[in-house]
Design a protein around this ligand. Sequence first.
Ligand SMILES: [Zn+2]
Length: 162
Amino acid sequence: MTQSPKQCRAGHSCQPRTLREAWYCQIHHSAMRLDEIARFLGIKASTLADAVNPDGDGSMLAASHHERALELTPDNHAVARYVAGLGGAVVFILPAEVTIDESTAKVVKEFGEMLTKHAEARADKVMTRLEAAAFRVEAEQSIAATMALVHAAEREAELGPQ
Ligand SMILES: [Zn+2]
């Protein structure tokens, strides 16, 4: 279900149960305000609010508006995560272009942080919901760092020998 913007942005992100809830999160819980997004889309703020209201029966936006809205909220990927989840997939956000050496160092760092978080959570032999959520954040960062290394390696391979 959806959380407050503060909770969502602090790492306890919303768990949308419907595409509308995912859109609600993406539009209401991103860095850009709803009225700013609406202005960039060239529509009324109330139209956008109706379109992403999980309880509403307003018409959905045009596909072109949805595509543009996704570009305007790069800090929130609720819709992509929701759609991927329908197929049992998980979305990882890759960092901006980094070199293989930078990526390798980050993989080691993130993996260490993930294990540390796990050890902290297990210290009292009880895994709470909060601890599990914090562990997930670290685990996703670790996997994202690994995927960034894969991309850096593939980019370098395309460049060929210098
Ligand atoms: Zn949210």
